[in-house]
Design a protein around this ligand. Structure first.
Ligand code: NI
Length: 186
């Protein structure tokens, strides 16, 4: 893509790419770096806190995340609950969930107009590579931990629709059907 490329196009449910298990990134190429940069820009333009490669039509194991600090969230917390900077996660692996699963309201850029409660463990550890192929491991809590788990789900073809509590499923049913109908017309 050209260096000044506009935002990547967001893929919406029910596009099948969102349901595929994404393939590992095999090589850390300039093309991967450019895609990571474009995804960070698309995430920012869409006002999202995370964006996975399948959401821009690329079925590879890569996501970007930036959870801004707020009065309730900080990159200085232990474990951090916000991002210190926008970050790229390639071939990520989650491990060591800590704490009893908690409920929290989630949305998704691929599911416009749909939000609902999802249960997830409050603290998680992630190991991944950055866009230059450097490995790192990090632990997070709060919204940051939730964001990583949500984005990791995208790499496995899982959407919040699959994780909604029964109440959230019921509340969103008609919106999901409408999105699926409009998807058939796209
Ligand atoms: Ni999402």
């Amino acid at each position: 893509m050209p260096p000044d490329s506009p935002s990547l196009r967001l893929v919406l449910h029910p596009d099948p790419v969102l349901r595929a298990v994404a393939a590992p990134v095999q090589a850390f190429t300039p093309e991967i770096e450019r895609l990571a940069q474009a995804m960070l820009e698309t995430m920012r333009d869409s006002e999202g806190i995370g964006l996975a490669a399948p959401q821009v039509g690329r079925s590879i194991r890569m996501f970007v995340a930036f959870v801004p600090a707020s009065p309730e969230r900080s990159p200085e917390a232990s474990p951090p609950t916000a991002s210190a900077a926008p970050e790229v996660f390639i071939n990520p692996v989650l491990s060591n969930p800590e704490g009893e699963p908690e409920v929290f309201d989630e949305g998704c850029l691929s599911l416009p107009g749909i939000r609902g409660d999802v249960m997830r463990p409050p603290i998680i550890t992630i190991a991944a590579f950055d866009a230059k192929g450097r490995p790192f491991t990090r632990r997070a809590g709060g919204l940051l931990a939730r964001c990583w788990q949500h984005e990791m789900d995208h790499l496995n073809g899982v959407l919040i629709l699959d994780r909604f509590t029964p109440e959230a499923k019921a509340k969103n049913r008609s919106f999901v059907r409408a999105l699926e109908r409009s998807g058939k017309r796209r």
